[in-house]
Design a protein around this ligand. Structure first.
Ligand SMILES: C[S@@+](CC[C@H](N)C(=O)[O-])C[C@H]1O[C@@H](n2cnc3c(N)ncnc32)[C@H](O)[C@@H]1O
Length: 270
């Protein structure tokens, strides 16, 4: 008898180890998404939640300011047959880790190095500084398993990949059938570590305020991820809020929240 194996339409783990990635919370998060035809992620990052999402029927957009991440996904989408074998051929050791932090001569090699960096560094990709590695990490990651990259590349086919400020991206793609999933970098006051900023591109409070103001005017629907903090309570007052308990980067209890706004036409029907 032949057993029917479940077909995996998304990678079994996130393509990039990414700081603040929403891989674990994706099953819960995706259930909260309002209906939509187009799907836009202005703060795409490692796209960890979106790799677990079924395709939207219309346009799908990945956007981020971080050039290394944007380049990695572009090369993974457009040149999987060169990039993935190059990654598979790479040993996971300290010499390769050191090489991964150096600039590369071409975009595919840059993408290979970035993947190795995300994989072997303590912080993963998306962090502000080049973080180091550790003997433990090198040992755990010595076993190669990069097969998930093929499924990830398939999932990226047809996805527009862009590098611009999130607010420009939202204005560009606003439409009554669009859902914007916004996962901005955390506001300073929600970080237990005080005024440390963790991302290469970090958002001052002013950007969070502009984001909330823009989202309140759009035609489309929006879901915003973040930790509960006075700034978000103020700027997303009146939005539907859904929350769940989680542990934050310091392994302390935290309240992870999402703020949800339906598309304008859905709101006026009620
Ligand atoms: C929390 S991460 C997103 C993580 C993503 N949801 C995941 O699961 O991997 C936030 C991302 O926002 C990006 N970012 C910060 N400021 C931005 C801006 N003004 N415009 C676009 N992207 C920005 C950062 O580079 C980072 O990749």
């Amino acid at each position: 008898m032949q057993l029917a194996l479940p077909s995996l339409s998304f990678p079994h783990r996130p393509p990039l180890r990414y700081f603040g990635g929403k891989w674990r919370m994706a099953p819960w998060l995706l259930k909260q998404y309002p209906l939509h035809r187009n799907y836009v992620t202005p703060y795409g990052g490692g796209w960890c939640e979106s790799f677990q999402k079924t395709r939207a029927g219309g346009v799908e957009v990945y956007n981020d300011l971080n050039h290394s991440t944007v380049n990695f996904f572009t090369q993974l989408r457009d040149h999987p047959d060169i990039l993935i074998p190059a990654i598979e051929a790479t040993e996971r050791n300290r010499a390769e880790f050191i090489r991964s932090r150096k600039p590369a001569e071409n975009l595919i090699e840059q993408a290979r190095r970035y993947y190795i960096y995300c994989h072997l560094s303590v912080m993963g990709g998306g962090g502000p500084l080049w973080s180091g590695t550790s003997a433990d990490r090198l040992e755990v990651k010595a076993i190669k398993d990069d097969s998930h990259l093929w499924t990830a590349s398939e999932r990226l086919q047809g996805v527009r990949i862009e590098q611009q400020d999130a607010l420009e991206c939202i204005a560009k793609y606003d439409d009554s059938k669009t859902l914007f999933y916004c996962d901005p970098t955390y506001p300073k006051q929600s970080l237990a570590s005080g005024n440390r900023t963790w991302y290469l591109h970090h958002m001052p409070d002013e950007h969070h305020r502009k984001l909330a103001a823009l989202l309140s005017r759009i035609e489309g629907a929006a879901v915003v991820s973040g930790y509960d903090c006075p700034l978000y309570q103020e700027i997303f007052a009146g939005w539907k809020r859904v929350e769940r308990r989680t542990t934050n980067m310091q392994r302390k209890q935290a309240l992870e929240c999402i703020w949800i706004k339906e598309a304008r036409h859905a709101r006026t029907k009620h």
